[in-house]
Ligand binder design. Structure first.
Ligand code: GTP
Ligand code: MG
Length: 287
């Protein structure tokens, strides 16, 4: 791919959005997962409209890979902005699943109360997990369902492949996630979604994205980047320089930029270079 743009596929997006809306109609409470490394770019600002203002629990997930100095700042900001409960989570941390269950159980009390006030019979609240690709939706579902006791059968109105799983006597969870298509008209946000693997690889040029990631890390995380790639501070760190340093070279002593880009992106995605948060509310004039 020659262009340095992230390409979206409108047909797929429209279909995904329609399917998401159908599923959302079946639920009472929504668990929305964001990536704590890029909370702004992985946050679908119009979820409230999409969810018809149903109660939402927002997870700032993968917090084991983000900069701990910013997790709480983001959690406070998102809470203030959306008036939703926000939890900082890492699915590596077992306790976080209990925290999620407790929060949804608390939300279920309010819903049950409202149902009673309307004269409706109480029933477990129905919840589903939504978010952009690769933020940890399936992992959240797997952890939640593992902690559950009973699997309930497929219900009318839900396709056969979808099941409600009983988490406890107050909560049922839809066992398939709602994928919010990664569509960002803002290329700065789109490229961050590419950093974290939330955009399909066919949609971008990995050299462009890796170069952009290096530039981004140089702003706040220069020390970590230099140290990981063993550069002296007086050396310039570029994609090409990293290729030579790591000996990722092609015939004729040319740098293998494609391979280097892929290695840089996977080192970043796995948190090997360090724990980074690539945007703060201040950047957007949000505070
Ligand atoms: N380090 C870390 N990795 C996580 C966490 N949660 C999920 N992952 C990893 O992130 C990757 C994506 O997780 P999934 O649960 O498949 O994400 P998803 O949102 O279902 O992705 P799609 O189905 O593509 O939309 C997997 O490799 C998970 O192991 C987390 O809290 N910390
Ligand atoms: Mg998934």
């Amino acid at each position: 791919m020659n262009s340095n743009f992230i390409h979206w596929y409108p047909g797929h997006i429209a279909k995904a959005q329609r399917q998401l809306k159908e599923k959302l109609n079946l639920t009472d409470v929504i668990i929305e997962v964001l990536d704590a490394r890029i909370p702004y770019s992985s946050w679908y600002k119009t979820t409230a409209d999409l969810c018809a203002n149903k109660p939402r629990l927002i997870l700032l997930n993968k917090s084991d890979l983000s900069d701990k100095n910013y997790n709480q700042i983001w959690a406070d900001y998102i809470q203030k902005k959306t008036l939703c409960e926000v939890l900082i989570t890492s699915l590596k941390n077992k306790n976080d699943i209990n925290k999620i269950i407790n929060k949804v159980t608390a939300l279920s009390k309010d819903i049950t109360q409202k149902r009673l006030e309307k004269g409706l019979l109480p029933r477990p609240v129905r919840t589903m997990v939504i978010g952009m690709p690769n933020v940890g939706k399936s992992s959240t579902i797997n952890k939640l369902t593992k902690s559950s006791k009973t699997k309930t059968g497929a219900r009318a109105g839900v396709t056969r492949t979808q099941q409600w799983v009983r988490i406890n006597d107050k909560i049922e969870l839809l066992d398939t996630p709602g994928i919010i298509p990664t569509v960002q008209n803002d290329q700065n946000q789109a490229i961050k979604l590419a950093y974290v693997n939330s955009v399909g690889e066919n949609a971008y040029n990995s050299e462009f994205v890796a170069e952009n990631l290096i530039e981004n890390l140089l702003k706040n995380y220069k020390k970590e980047l230099y140290s990981y790639y063993n550069f002296e501070l007086n050396e310039e760190i570029t994609l090409e320089a990293i290729s030579y340093k790591r000996n990722w070279i092609l015939k004729g002593n040319k740098p293998d930029l494609k391979r280097t880009s892929q290695y840089i992106l996977s080192a970043f995605r796995e948190g090997r270079i360090g724990k980074f948060t690539l945007e703060i509310p201040d950047d957007y004039g949000l505070i």
